[in-house]
Design a binder for this molecule. Sequence first.
Ligand code: ADP
Ligand code: MG
Length: 243
Amino acid sequence: MPSLHLDGISKSFARRTVLHDLSLTVHDGEIFTLLGPSGCGKSTTLWSIAGLHAPDSGSIAFGDRVVFDHGRTNVEPEHRNCGVVFQSYAIWPHLSVADNVGYPLKLRRTPKARREHRVREVLDLVELGDHARSYPHQLSGGQQQRVAMARALAHPPDLLLLDEPFSNLDAKLRDRSRQWLKVLQAQVGVTTVFVTHDQDEALSFSDRIAVMNHGRVHQVGTPQEIYEHPADLFTAGFVGTAN
Ligand code: ADP
Ligand code: MG
């Protein structure tokens, strides 16, 4: 399982720079959260890691493996082996839970017996073993979100990238999902980059947090460091200590 290194990543859309020379290191096995207000560049960072955007400069490495080096290397998203879950879970409505989860394995031409075994395994992991034959519309929002998580884990990813995965859930379900993610992540141990604009969410379960604003990282630290010793006024205001 690799660590993740971003070095000097910049990205502009229509001449507006949304990421300014961003550098970050995510350690092997940790939950690393990108925290910042809407529009600050969190999703753009995550998409760059997944290979869905090519940055205008800089490099990205998974451990020793360079997956992006501007002008030299740009590994295709399907060869980066990231498990990605977005805010809208985007599971297929016309496929059963088992077929949704098995889809990435089918794409990789995993033999049927192995595929079925792995689908059972990850559905048990997200506690949906009894719902393999259900269809998405028969599930609650929280269960659908877990199907998306199971699908992201089906082909064991090198990195798990989670973009505001709980923001569509009601408060109670969101709380339960956070606790559940923490347990799941500890079991699987996969290096995870989690994106949120919600400071309580970030503080509640991250190993470390990068506080972002306007495409720049203001501070990187543990929840305690960020909360107790904010490096600047923006961070103090955003994590609530200045309120
Ligand atoms: P966040 O996830 O923190 O809310 P984003 O990374 O989605 O922020 O967006 C950062 C900025 O880049 C925003 O101002 C957004 O409007 C802009 N942006 C994102 N994607 C595109 C795109 N494909 N084309 C043009 N502008 C974009
Ligand atoms: Mg976003």
